[in-house]
Each structure stands twice: as C-alpha cells, then as structure tokens.
Design a protein around this ligand. Structure first.
Ligand code: NDP
Length: 311
C-alpha cells in the first residue's frame, strides 16, 4: 500500500522538498501538500512547520511527525499533538548557515562596527583601536547541534570562547560551564553573549533584568534562538540605559516585531527578521527520508525530540 507524507509550511515552498525527498522515498510513499490530500487515512508521516490548530486531527493514522526546522517549541507546546515520535531537523548545512550568522554578529560587536556605523552617519572619522580576538570573551548559551558548531567556529577565530549547557561536555577550544549557578559568573565575564538556547518551560525569560545587570558594562548581546527566552522589556532597559552597548537580534517575543517597538531605533541594535538559518531541502532530505524508512521497517528514528525536556 502507498503511504502518504503530508507537507505543511507557511514559509517553505513545497516543490523543493518534494523533489529532494521523492527519489529517496521511492514509489511506496506519496508526498502531498496538506490541501491536496484526498485520502487522509493514508497519511502516516507529517513534515510540518507550524501547522494550524486542528491540523493533526485530520490524519488518524500518523506514525511520525517531522518538524521542518531545528526549534520545536511551537510544536511540543501544542495539546493536539498525536502520540507518535517527533523528530526535528539536524542538518550540518543548517548548522553552517547559523554559524555564519553568529560569526557575523560576534565580529560586528568585537570589531565595534555599530560605533563606526554611527560615526559614518555623522561623517566622522572616529578611530577606535581594535582589540585582539583573544582579548574578547564570548559566551554561547546553549551548546546543541547549532550552538556547538557556532561556539567551535568562534573559538577557531581566536576568541576566548565559553559555552553553557545543562551538562558538562568537551568542545574543542571552548570552555564549557553548566548548571544555573554558573550562568551569572559566565555573563559577568563576557564581552559578547550569544543566546542559542531552545525555548522550553525552563528557559522562558531565562535572560531577564538580573542576567542583563550581571553582564559587563558595554557588553553586547546576540539572540538567534527564540525571543521568548529573553525578557524583552529588560533587554530594552539594558540597552536604553547604555549598560549594553548593542545587540544583534534575529528573534523576538512577538514576530513580526511591531513597527513601533523601541528595539528598532535603539543605538547599536541590528534587527533581522528571523532568518539566521533555514531548513535546506538538499541537505536535510536524506535525514528525513531515513527516519520515514526507519518507521516503515519498525526501527528507531534519529533526531527524536524529548517532549518532557521540550527540546
Ligand atoms: P539543541 O536542542 O540541539 O540544543 C539545546 C542546547 O541548549 C543544549 O546544549 C542544551 O543543553 C541547552 N539547554 C537547554 N535547556 C537548557 C537550560 N535550561 N539551561 C542550560 N542549557 C540548556 O538546539 P540547537 O543548537 O539545534 O538549536 C538552538 C535553537 O536555535 C533552537 O531551539 C531554535 O529555537 C533556534 N533556531 C533559530 C533559527 C533562526 O533562524 N533564528 C534557526 C534554527 C534554530 P544540553 O546539551 O546539556 O542538553
């Protein structure tokens, strides 16, 4: 019998995913966009990014839900999620795209680019002596698939690189800290803090007034994970007071960011519309296909998400 893989995503076009997956799945799995499914009973696999409420109710025979992205917070928080394995994308190309953005953001602050952009707007030659990379301390919060790759690349650029996770681990060139008590100390020593924590019940507003106050005067903040990990009002206060010198922000508590939001106009702040990294069909398709084929042959899937931990 031919099973169906149903596809749903607002931002991702269907055709590249179908074209990348079809040769890997063969004739036994039909790939259809959600609105084209005529026989919902044949749908056993769902490849989805933020499907609408009630989406899963249509498909009573689901055996696998694949999150079309790395961050699963929107998916695991739903109460209509079927009781089947949930997997997420774990794709080195996606990791490279993210690491590229994070390196750009770290270099932006380490090389005082906001200072020069502001000076240029005044047509002013405002020399500021560069710091050696080894004199700049960078803290990466979250050392998962994406966080670990970004931290390793920052370390390779020569920055004094520290990381933070729930558990200790070895990462080349990176001093790893773990546990709640370590966070304040880590933040107080960092010139640049990069947030790469998943959004879970334990990390919601994990960076708030106390954590921003703990950061060095003049430090910079980068957020590429989820806006809700940060108390956005506390971030605005820390930037407005000048305690933080700037921020590079790709994610927000409330997207798209409201046109009247103060973050748009605060000095030293760069805003990008949630695109630090995206799912790439050519490189992610083999992993998706392997998990579908694993389910078909009764084997365990990879990249499974823990509903309990939320990541
Ligand atoms: P992973 O799920 O692989 O790893 C999460 C990391 O965070 C782990 O190191 C984990 O620790 C750590 N962590 C989780 N909870 C805590 C906590 N309470 N305290 C301390 N550390 C914690 O995530 P990825 O690296 O793959 O991705 C990170 C996030 O990036 C995603 O969740 C997503 O939100 C975001 N993202 C953003 C994109 C964008 O375009 N802006 C694109 C793709 C993803 P441990 O290792 O000990 O388990």
């Amino acid at each position: 019998m031919t099973d169906t893989l149903v596809f749903y995503s607002g931002p991702d076009p269907f055709e590249p995913w179908r074209d990348a997956l079809a040769p890997l799945l063969g004739d036994d799995v039909r790939i259809e966009r959600a609105e084209a499914v005529t026989d919902p009973a044949t749908v056993r696999y769902a490849l989805v990014w933020m499907p609408p409420e009630g989406f899963f109710d249509r498909f009573p025979n689901l055996e696998l839900v694949i999150n079309l992205g790395a961050g699963v917070d929107r998916l695991v928080a739903r109460d209509d999620l079927p009781d089947v394995p949930i997997t997420r994308l774990s794709d080195p190309q996606m990791g490279r795209m993210m690491a590229g953005y994070v390196m750009f953001a770290v270099l932006r602050h380490a090389r005082d680019i906001p200072h020069f952009e502001a000076a240029q707007a005044r047509c002013e030659w405002a020399y500021r002596h560069p710091r050696a990379a080894s004199d700049v301390t960078v803290a990466v919060l979250g050392l998962g698939e994406l966080g670990a790759m970004a931290a390793t690349e920052i370390a390779r650029l020569g920055y004094d690189t520290h990381g933070w996770a729930t558990r200790p681990r070895d990462l080349p060139g990176v001093t790893v800290h773990h546990g709640d008590e370590a966070l304040t100390r880590l933040l107080s020593g960092a010139d640049i803090t990069v947030c790469m924590l998943p959004l879970t019940p334990a990390t919601r507003h994990r960076l708030a007034t106390k954590e921003f106050a703990a950061m060095k005067p003049g430090a910079a903040f980068v957020n590429v994970s989820r806006g809700e990990v940060v108390d956005q009002d506390a971030l605005v206060d820390a930037l407005r007071s000048g305690h933080l010198s700037g921020a590079t922000l790709d994610v927000f508590d409330g997207e798209p960011l409201d046109a009247a939001h103060p973050l748009w106009t605060l000095p030293g702040v760069l805003i990008t519309p949630h695109l630090a990294s995206v799912a790439l069909p050519a490189s992610a398709a083999p992993q998706i296909a392997a998990n579908i084929l694993a389910i078909r042959s009764g084997e365990a899937v990879g990249q499974q998400v823990s509903r309990l931990r939320g990541y």
